[in-house]
Design a protein around this ligand. Structure first.
Ligand SMILES: [Zn+2]
Ligand SMILES: [Zn+2]
Ligand SMILES: [Zn+2]
Ligand SMILES: [Zn+2]
Length: 594
């Protein structure tokens, strides 16, 4: 089969379907998509509300925490009840109706079946976590697994006693790190591995007692990439009091200037042959993938996941499985599933929300260990196999057309109009940020900030500059997020307007000598998000001009394979062409960073 160029229904840009893509769609028994990969990812994300949590009543009138705000037309069960056998999701099933489009019927089912309030299994004293599992003593942490005493984090794994992690693995006593692994007492650092007692590191590994360093390997007592003796270091480091908010600001801008003169590898791709994307560790044949780790193979347009993930397209938050297509938060021994939102251990499942241990189901919500169901109605195997092709044909004969004229036939993911969430409640806002006007113009829902009556007791400018001057009474204060005070005057970052300092958090800041944050947890998350590259690739060229970088800001320390000539290497990179970073190819980067 030849590659085919198509025009995306949504953004009207062209995209190419390659021969191997056709093979994948054939295996999944779905037609090729009519939306481009980026628009597919965006519409998947509109179904994933990670951090907009609400207090509401469940079906029995009990107060619960849920991702479904009380103003929405959904029924929600409490977590324990939802997981019990005291109710049966099949009681809400209905016969398929050939007089109306499939997605209209799915929408009705969504408003009929009591929904899972949030996704937070095996939580111990961690009720404010979502899309998470096995969390102990954690607070406001999302998309995280196997953590203890970890708060305000996103994508934390196997970590302990840490705050404000954004993608971290096996970290302990860390704060404000992005993409760090096996770090201990490391703060404000990015993409650094196996480091200790250090702060403000970028792309370092094996470092101890380093401060403000970029691209160092196995070094100790370095400050802004300059070596010091142990004694000099102890003296010099006193200038950088992380307990002072003003000092932190100065260090951040100093590091920003310094890091502009350093080089960056075109991508964080490690041990991943024949792969393109960003943050790929131990992957094979993964294309246009992001944040995948641990034996991922033959995946495309997929982000955030891994762990023996095979043959998967357009997934977000996926692992342990194969043949998944358009899937959110899916895994644990899963095979052949498409258009699913939160699914574990499923086989031959399409169009499902909250599906556990089920197989051969179509259009289901909340099913556990069921087979041969359509729209939550039980059929025999024979009935199921007879009915399903008729429904698929009906989906094509009577497709759903949304308010913007986008057409959804069999194989397309759920239309955004059906999503239980507003655009700005979901991670679509994180990776494809829109203003209210843009979202509404594109036919997406928008949620106005809750009129919260917090009774703010402290303005950010009233907080003591230094943690040593912070009184115990701070835990009683309701602090206004700096983003809603002038001059910032509001942001588009799911700002909760106010926040508290919890007792464990205060003792962490004191023990580690760290200034109090001035932003609410959501705004803090969005600031970290801005420091990573987008889920997008551009074709780029190595910026090594022979003996220095193209812009002259970095002088090479070694002779490269291409000698004095400009490096000829090209690559796919998530650094947009107009970015300030000096981007080197793998060879040139490795020649410099040893
Ligand atoms: Zn598009
Ligand atoms: Zn805020
Ligand atoms: Zn190069
Ligand atoms: Zn070079």
């Amino acid at each position: 089969m030849n590659p085919e160029t198509k025009i995306c229904q949504n953004c009207k840009k062209s995209f190419v379907i390659k021969p191997e893509d056709f093979d994948f769609y054939a295996k999944m028994k779905v037609p090729p998509p009519t939306f481009c990969p980026e628009c597919q990812m965006q519409s998947l994300m509109m179904w994933r509300n990670e951090r907009s949590l609400y207090k509401r009543k469940d079906e029995s009138g009990k107060e619960i925490i849920s991702i479904f705000s009380p103003d929405k037309p959904f029924k929600v069960n409490g977590k324990d009840y939802w997981w019990s056998d005291e109710w049966n999701p099949l009681d809400y099933g209905k016969e398929y109706d050939f007089s109306k489009p499939f997605f209209v019927q799915f929408k009705e089912l969504l408003e009929r079946v009591p929904l899972e309030p949030l996704f937070n299994r095996n939580a111990v004293n961690s009720e404010y976590c979502n899309h998470s599992e096995d969390m102990k003593n954690c607070y406001l942490s999302f998309a995280s697994i196997w953590n203890e005493n970890v708060s305000y984090s996103r994508g934390a794994m196997k970590s302990k006693d840490s705050l404000d992690i954004f993608f971290g693995n096996k970290d302990e006593l860390t704060y404000e790190n992005i993409g760090c692994e096996e770090c201990y007492r490391v703060f404000f650092s990015k993409f650094s591995y196996s480091c200790r007692d250090s702060s403000f590191l970028i792309n370092c590994s094996g470092c101890q007692n380093c401060f403000g360093c970029v691209n160092l390997r196995n070094k100790s007592y370095y400050i802004f990439n300059r070596p010091y003796t142990k004694e000099e270091y102890s003296e010099k480091i006193k200038e950088f009091d992380l307990g002072s908010f003003e000092t932190l600001k100065k260090i951040k801008s100093q590091l920003e200037e310094f890091s502009k003169k350093q080089i960056y590898r075109y991508a964080h791709i490690i041990n991943s042959p024949n792969s393109t994307g960003e943050i790929l560790y131990d992957c094979k044949n993964c294309k246009w993938c992001f944040d995948l780790v641990n034996n991922s193979e033959d995946c495309k347009y997929t982000a955030n996941g891994g762990f023996n993930l095979k043959d998967t397209y357009n997934g977000y938050g996926v692992g342990e499985g194969e043949l998944m297509y358009q899937a959110i938060d899916t895994g644990l021994g899963t095979s052949t599933v498409s258009s699913v939102v939160v699914l574990r251990n499923g086989r031959n499942v399409s169009y499902a929300v909250s599906s556990y241990g089920s197989s051969n189901t179509f259009a289901s919500i909340g099913l556990r260990n069921k087979q041969y169901c359509i729209l939550n109605k039980q059929y025999t195997k024979e009935e199921y196999e007879e009915l399903l092709p008729k429904i698929i044909k009906h989906m094509n004969d009577m497709p759903y057309v949304d308010s913007k004229g986008r057409v959804y036939k069999y194989g397309e993911f759920f239309p955004p109009e059906l999503s239980p969430f507003a655009y700005n409640e979901t991670i679509a806002q994180e990776y494809f940020p829109l203003t209210k006007e843009q979202a509404v113009t594109q036919g997406y829902k928008w949620k106005e900030p809750e009129q919260r009556n917090y009774g703010i007791t402290k303005k950010p400018e009233e907080l003591p500059d230094n943690i040593k001057d912070v009184d115990d009474s701070i835990i009683k204060e309701i602090i206004q997020c700096q983003h809603i005070s002038p001059p910032a005057g509001g942001c588009n970052e799911q700002c909760t307007q106010a926040y508290r300092i919890i007792p464990d958090e205060l003792s962490f800041y004191r023990r580690m000598n760290l200034a109090l944050p001035r932003l609410c947890p959501n705004c803090r998350h969005y600031q970290r998000l801005k420091q990573r590259n987008p889920l997008r690739l551009w074709h780029g060229k190595c910026q090594c001009a022979g003996t220095k970088s193209e812009n002259g800001a970095y002088d090479n320390q070694t002779n490269h394979q291409h000698n004095g000539n400009h490096c000829p290497n090209e690559f796919e990179t998530s650094y947009a062409p107009n970015r300030p970073e000096i981007v080197y190819c793998e060879n040139c980067y490795n020649s410099e960073v040893v």
